[in-house]
Write a protein that binds this ligand. Structure first.
Ligand code: DC
Length: 236
């Protein structure tokens, strides 16, 4: 699909509702960069875990803030895998940041103002030249309030937990459905009620509930919106 101008596409929404899959597909179609901002919060979480800032399941926020300068997060495109890889301090952490132990601590880490400040700054630099699709929780509200298209994606908690369960078991992870369901619900709650940049739909975002839509159907809905607003008439 060819667009009339370079744009920023912001995709926000609840945990595990297919934001990344959607954002990736759109980026591929448009030859845009794709930034998974959740991966950045997950990488910061992994740093906290690996450095024992989490004891008895409680995160020492001060310790993490004191060490923020030591956390270097970037992305590298793997041409063989045809996907972007998350790099934490020169190490490929793409798989590790998707584990349950990281998922369980990611929301508390994302409540810390200083962590958000650092990552939002990085995200804004990554999108400075537009031609970007970024997914997260605060992209349309805080990172790029001027985004050209804002999508707010959601689905029922049960549908989301089932999708996540399938994804993790297919990767060989030994996970329990109830743990995943509880994690999805807990993360939504922390993300939506935190003081700093809570998850909420931007006023000008388009709400899409994909509980009954496949990955492809969700993509078609969003691609049609983009084509309608910014397409140059050529069919995608
Ligand atoms: O999208 P995800 O599940 O990989 O995100 C991991 C955590 O990071 C999630 O609990 C919410 C948080 N997050 C955030 O607060 N802001 C973002 N822009 C992206 C993610």
């Amino acid at each position: 699909m060819q667009l009339k101008k370079d744009i920023i596409i912001a995709i926000d929404g609840h945990a595990s509702c297919g934001k990344s899959t959607l954002a990736k597909k759109i980026a591929k179609e448009l030859c845009y960069s794709y930034i998974d901002t959740g991966a950045m919060y997950r990488a910061a979480t992994l740093y906290a875990l690996d450095n024992n800032f989490v004891k008895n399941n409680i995160l020492d926020k001060n310790l993490l803030v004191q060490n923020l300068d030591k956390i270097n997060i970037s992305f590298k495109y793997d041409t063989e895998l045809e996907k972007s890889i998350t790099i934490l301090n020169n190490k490929n952490v793409e798989e590790e940041i998707r584990s349950m132990r990281v998922s369980e601590q990611a929301s508390p880490v994302a409540t810390i103002a200083q962590v958000r400040e650092k990552l939002v700054d990085l995200q804004q630099k990554m999108g400075a030249n537009k031609k970007i699709t970024m997914d997260g929780r605060d992209i349309g509200t805080v990172v790029f309030p001027q985004a050209d298209i804002k999508i707010f994606l959601t689905a029922s908690a049960d549908v989301r937990a089932k999708r996540r369960y399938k994804e993790l078991t297919e990767k060989g992870q030994n996970v329990d459905y109830n743990d995943i369901f509880n994690n999805v619900v807990t993360r939504d709650k922390i993300d939506s009620t935190r003081e700093e940049s809570p998850l909420k739909q931007a006023q000008d975002a388009i709400l899409i509930d994909n509980s009954n839509l496949s990955v492809d159907e969700t993509y078609i809905v969003v691609a049609s919106i983009i084509a309608q607003r910014f397409g140059n008439g050529v069919k995608f």
